[in-house]
Design a protein around this ligand. Structure first.
Ligand SMILES: [Zn+2]
Ligand SMILES: [Zn+2]
Length: 377
């Protein structure tokens, strides 16, 4: 498993371009002897089937397989061989843990039922899960529950965090564009000014969370890009802003979109600019089914003891597992990646998946599947 994880780490591929990764996964699945491998599902997605000894319920296990467009720090023996591509979210580890679970489930097949292994591409774009769903994932390979595992830096290595509340945020992107005819900086009365409109927008949307959202709810609106103009004496014709809006409840999600739109429209009107807004829904919040979360805790308690259950705050980060858990009940567990409180965070150039947790993660996934099949018809 360590060798497989490191091989994936050495050859990361960007979201939507995981052809070689998918090929490696499919080859390995054939080698370990799963019953069936289905390729190219929703892009580079792979689904593999392991049948139990008798017919019964069916359960899904999901791992993401893609990497990020960033440069890894130098000096690692298993470091990325690709320029500006890196497994900085640990999806190499997730893939290896799911492969390990497959191996365990083949060595000792479940007494009954079916395990559906889902290797999902393009998580970092939030597009892989919906693409697999659109390609008939759940119609072709129906499951009654779905489980997944994401590593979590800073949580003690091998501890688990299982949330009952929504624990990864919904994430929507927006792009606002203020436009005018543009003009001479010395004659501001002859044109509307997109820069002033953009400035008003930057400050006005800070009030959405502080003034419009119920303080009991959690939400973030952040701008990550503001682009306009190039010369000191030209009022530009365009100012473009990009941002992200995150929260945990669909009602709040709708409210954020409504307010971003209203604020942009109001400022456009007040400043005399034209305005366009592209609001791009991305991933829904990740919400565990309570029974499935309990099942995860039962497995951890039975196998390693209660003290391996850690608590950790929810994350404003997003994961397209949210789409899958919207479609079928399940749970997304976190496994501690360790390395203490100063551990490199996900998406940092010095991050690395911790090989010490591979075996435990595999065992967890296999045991969760086994327990679900034992408990359900
Ligand atoms: Zn990530
Ligand atoms: Zn991730």
């Amino acid at each position: 498993m360590i060798a497989f994880r490191r091989e994936l780490h050495r050859h990361p591929e960007l979201s939507g371009k995981e052809q070689q990764t998918a090929q490696r996964i499919a080859t390995m699945l054939h080698e370990i002897g799963v019953d069936k491998v289905h390729e190219a599902i929703g892009g580079n997605g792979i689904v593999a089937i392991i049948d139990g000894l008798q017919p019964g319920a069916s359960v899904g296990l999901r791992a993401d397989i893609d990497a990020l467009p960033m440069q890894e720090i130098e000096g690692r023996a298993h470091g990325s061989t690709e320029n500006n591509v890196m497994h900085a979210c640990g999806h190499d580890g997730h893939t290896a843990m799911l492969m390990g679970a497959a191996l365990e489930l083949i060595k000792a097949r479940p007494a009954r039922g079916r395990v559906v292994l889902i290797f999902q591409p393009a998580e970092e774009l939030g597009s892989g899960a919906p693409a697999m769903l659109a390609d008939g994932l759940l119609e072709r390979f129906p499951v009654q529950a779905l489980f997944g595992l994401h590593n979590w830096p800073g949580v003690t290595a091998g501890d688990f965090v299982i949330h009952d509340v929504p624990h990864m945020a919904s994430s929507d992107d927006f792009e606002v564009c203020f436009q005018s005819s543009g003009g001479h900086g010395a004659m501001p009365h002859l044109t509307a000014d997109p820069i002033v409109a953009a400035g008003l927008f930057v400050t006005a949307i800070q009030q959405i969370v502080s003034r419009n959202i119920n303080p009991e709810d959690i939400a973030v609106v952040s701008l990550g890009s503001l682009q306009s103009g190039h010369a000191s004496n030209i009022i530009p014709a365009v100012a473009r802003l990009k941002g992200t809006a995150r929260c945990f409840r669909p009602e709040v999600r709708g409210q954020l979109e409504k307010r971003v739109r209203e604020v942009a429209e109001g400022i456009a009107q007040a400043s005399g600019c034209e305005m366009t807004l592209d609001y791009l829904p991305s991933t829904p919040a990740v919400v565990n089914d309570l029974d499935c979360a309990r099942l995860c805790r039962e497995v951890i308690t039975a196998q390693w003891g209660r003290d391996q259950l850690a608590s950790h705050p929810i994350s404003m980060g997003a994961d397209d597992m949210g789409f899958l858990l919207e479609a079928v009940p399940g749970a997304y567990a976190w496994i501690g990646n360790g390395r203490g409180e100063t551990a490199p965070a996900l998406h940092q150039p010095d991050y690395d998946f911790n090989d010490d947790i591979l075996a435990r993660g595999s065992e967890f996934l296999a045991s969760v599947a086994r327990r679900f099949l034992d408990n359900n018809d």
